[in-house]
Design a binder for this molecule. Structure first.
Ligand code: ZN
Length: 83
C-alpha cells in the first residue's frame, strides 16, 4: 500500500483504500464513506479521485459515530473550514 503524508499523524503513513480499510477494521464501506465525508479519519484524495485513508488514523477515528474510546473532543458541530 502507498504511503502519503498524514496531516493528523504528522508523518508519512500507509494509506489504504476504503475497501481495504473496511476489511481491516471490520466495518462496511458505507460506514467508512461516512467517516470520510465527515472527516473523522484523515485521508488523501488522489488526482484520480480515489480516496485513500490513513491506516493509523483509522484506528483512532473521531466523531459521534466512531469508537473513539470515550473522550469526545469539541469542534464536531459547525464547519471547521480547513486548518
Ligand atoms: Zn493519520
Amino acid at each position: 500500500m502507498p504511503e502519503y503524508f498524514c496531516h493528523r499523524c504528522r508523518q508519512k503513513t500507509e494509506h489504504v483504500s476504503i475497501r481495504e480499510a473496511a476489511r481491516r477494521i471490520g466495518r462496511n464501506r458505507k460506514t467508512l464513506s461516512i467517516w470520510v465525508k465527515n472527516e473523522w479519519v484523515a485521508y488523501q484524495e488522489l488526482p484520480s479521485g480515489r480516496v485513500m485513508l490513513c491506516s493509523r488514523c483509522l484506528l483512532i477515528p473521531r466523531g459521534p459515530g466512531a469508537e473513539s474510546g470515550g473522550g469526545r473532543e469539541g469542534g464536531l458541530t459547525g464547519e471547521a473550514g480547513g486548518d
